[in-house]
Unconditional design. Structure first.
Length: 300
């Protein structure tokens, strides 16, 4: 029992009343689309970081599967703000999710929409700013002609789940995935960056990487800090030979990678570029850095 509130299909309801029938096709077939969004305390009050950008990506994910969201981006943005206000939150993780409900057929059933908010995200269990050990997974990222990696769809995450469970059961913290051509795509729930000779590189979207909001933010921060940065084709040995490596994601933030497949990265320590960008990202999201005010969308 909890006194938390959830936005469900247009209304705020009590947590225990936010229920879905077991016949929902989203449960049976993994048909749905979602986002992870962060709210931070700022000097102006709670602000949701790049909320509109996240919700626009949600709409693109659904459109990839020929699905039109039941609510517009502006309506969903207000739903996210309402959930933060209703639960009295400041620093919070939000999960807007669109999923296929019950119906005679998964091809005609209506979609339902919910927004949840909590102080902990789905990767709760302690921060990882001190670094992680990563493993290149034997499970490859699905190619775009099988499932579109540009869509943040629920069922597609079984691919990531397999890779991460392999990493955890092998004694590592995080999985890194390659595509079928052997090119690095991303982490199981993160984008990936490497630094070599002062240059920042990240897998190209054409390699199968998700167009991450934090990925885009880091590329912007690097450009503003004078750090050369580009999207590129990376292979496994680019990870081994990197001076620095880190993962990015809304739930995790910026996570240094200290080793890959047992090979220390940059001597096994958090590197200066990683530290600089992590500090810049934290300052930006919390409003200590007043740049890009349009990215901090106040709850009100």
């Amino acid at each position: 029992m909890t006194d938390a509130r959830v936005w469900l299909d247009g209304s705020l309801v009590d947590w225990d009343d936010a229920q879905v029938h077991v016949s929902a096709h989203g449960l049976h077939y993994g048909i749905g689309f979602f986002e992870g969004v962060r709210c931070h305390g700022t000097p102006q009050g709670p602000a949701i970081f790049r909320l509109t950008d996240h919700l626009r990506r949600l709409a693109r994910s659904a459109a990839t599967y020929l699905v039109r969201l039941p609510y517009g981006v502006d309506d969903l943005a207000e739903a996210c703000r309402a959930v933060v206000r209703a639960n009295g939150l400041t620093d919070a993780y939000l999960r807007p999710i669109v999923f296929l409900g019950p119906g005679q057929s998964p091809l005609t059933a209506p979609y339902r929409v919910a927004v949840l908010a909590s102080t902990d995200g789905p990767l709760a269990g302690g921060t990882k700013e001190h670094g992680v050990k990563a493993k290149v997974a034997s499970f490859q990222r699905m190619p775009s002609h099988v499932l579109p990696p540009a869509a943040k769809a629920t069922g597609q995450y079984l691919n990531s789940y397999l890779a991460q469970m392999e990493a955890l059961t092998s004694g590592y913290d995080e999985a890194i995935l390659l595509n079928t051509e052997g090119h690095v795509t991303d982490g199981w729930a993160h984008n990936l960056f490497v630094v070599r000779d002062g240059e920042l590189r990240t897998p190209h979207l054409a390699s199968g990487a998700l167009e991450g909001v934090v990925r885009d933010t880091v590329l912007t921060l690097a450009a503003e800090a004078g750090v050369p940065a580009r999207a590129d084709v990376l292979v496994r040995t680019d990870l081994y030979h990197a001076d620095e490596c880190f993962l990015t994601g809304t739930a995790a933030g910026i996570v240094p990678v200290l080793s890959v497949d047992g090979r220390p990265v940059g001597g096994g320590k958090v590197g200066p570029v990683t530290q600089r960008l992590a500090a810049a990202y934290a300052d930006l999201t919390t409003g200590r850095d007043t740049a890009h005010p349009e990215w901090r969308e106040l709850v009100g």
